[in-house]
Design a protein around this ligand. Structure first.
Ligand code: CU
Length: 193
């Protein structure tokens, strides 16, 4: 292959690698089932949140890599109890009394090591005057653990960020391609002269 063909080939391979990887990573996000269901309304109280996946999760001895964060309607972070990753589910408990929309953000690791994350929301109504409980000391019936750190107002940008990598991977070969084209043009010009 001449230099020009090599540059083109490497450019195409890079594109393939980048978009192939992006497609694979997002494929894990398909068909996730949520409880409470996305957009549904449930009563205030102790709520079991569960995301069910179609592909196995990577379970290490500790629950590292698996996170769930819930934001209350007023934007405050809800304390997460009993975080429990299993082969096909990621569960947690919350106790909430504030009516309105709750945002759930989760992050986990699929069996092939890809980080997977997502978010969804459901609504809470409180017609019985339920008052939220502190679940931090309660035993976990689901075998999960209650995170000891202070609740976070969501998981910041947990999706692997392809932005900068994409820019470098595309701009890099693009520059190489441009340089290659210039070199070829210069060569042709020289040949003509
Ligand atoms: Cu994967």
């Amino acid at each position: 292959m001449n230099r020009f063909a090599r540059v083109i080939a490497s450019f195409l391979l890079t594109l393939l690698a980048v978009f192939g990887a992006t497609t694979l990573a997002s494929a894990h996000n398909d068909e996730i089932e949520y409880s409470p269901e996305a957009g549904s309304t449930v009563s205030a109280g102790i709520i079991d949140i569960k995301a069910t996946f179609t592909e196995e999760l990577l379970l290490l001895d500790d629950s590292s890599g698996h996170e769930m964060a819930v934001t209350a309607p007023d934007g405050s972070a809800v304390a997460i109890a009993c975080l429990a990753p299993t082969t096909l589910t990621l569960g947690a408990q919350i106790s909430v009394d504030q009516p309105g929309e709750y945002q759930v953000t989760w992050r986990t690791v699929s069996i092939d090591g890809h980080p997977v994350s997502g978010n969804y929301s459901f609504k809470v109504e409180n017609t019985d005057g339920y008052v939220a409980e502190d679940l931090s000391a309660a035993p976990c019936a689901n075998g999960g653990i209650t995170p000891t750190e202070a609740p976070k107002p969501g998981i910041p940008d947990s999706e692997p960020d392809f932005g900068p990598a994409l820019a470098v991977l595309i701009i890099g070969p693009a520059i190489a391609l441009a340089a290659g084209l210039v070199a070829v043009m210069v060569k042709r010009k020289k040949a003509k002269n």
